[in-house]
Design a protein around this ligand. Sequence first.
Ligand SMILES: [Zn+2]
Length: 303
Amino acid sequence: MSRGIFAGFDLGGTNLKYGLVTEGGEVLEKSSLPTPSTFGAALELIASVWREYRSRPKDRPVAAGFGFPGIFSLRERRILQAPNYPELDNVALEPALAGILNAPFRVDNDANLAAYGEWRCGAGRGVASLVHLTIGTGIGSGLILGGNLWHGHCGFAGELGHITVNPEGDKCNCGRHGCLETEAAAPKIVKNYKDLSKTKRAVKAEEVFDKAARGEVAAVKAFAIAGYYLGIALGIVINMLNPEKIVLGGGVMATGDFLLQAAVEESARRSYKASFDCCSIERAALGNDAGLIGAGLWAGAKS
Ligand SMILES: [Zn+2]
């Protein structure tokens, strides 16, 4: 009999990450492949990984957890909208997965499961209320409230990436303007840098990170502007939820304190002092593995 080992799958618009996770959150192994262009091909890939895992004589997973991008309806049990991977729009995931797995499995939003991973065994461990944000090419977030992953009434809670922080801001993938995601994720930091330095050529996010690390004023300011908008969002969250901890992860957070420092300063200006003072704002601990670990642990969760 296998001990508590679970397969975790974290499907993003770019990569499918997958691996085996123990009930304590230890990653036994992990891999990543480019996300197939069609859902049918993604399903085939998941099926082949699962078959291989289940054929093993030891460390065989007993259940699987899946993090998918997009709005997953708890009522309709399907993804209504996946702006970063439209192949998933309106897909009835659970019947499709049941057809290939023949084992218990659970599905949730990828950002929710990253939050769940950080809460169970990362920087949010042990707290009763946690707000987790993943800041990369977009911004995903998840909430733990009262010791549970908070889904909201229909399953759509925790979409902090799409709260308005700049009414006059750029158009977002979701169709609205000035969302946190359009103002504080990596593409906007690059745009800020190009505007400030009057650069016309293509610039990659890593280049702006490197320049900020070397102290180039335009690059540091590009982060500070994004941090200002992130701080507005955090101020709203702090006043709204009075959370014990806010944890920030994702590729942009891995680049240094440029974004974090500006965001913390702005959130202090935008929230009640009492609520700000009892909320700690920290970096995430699990890096790119948060979603994968969260998916695996979610498969084995009791509720
Ligand atoms: Zn949006």
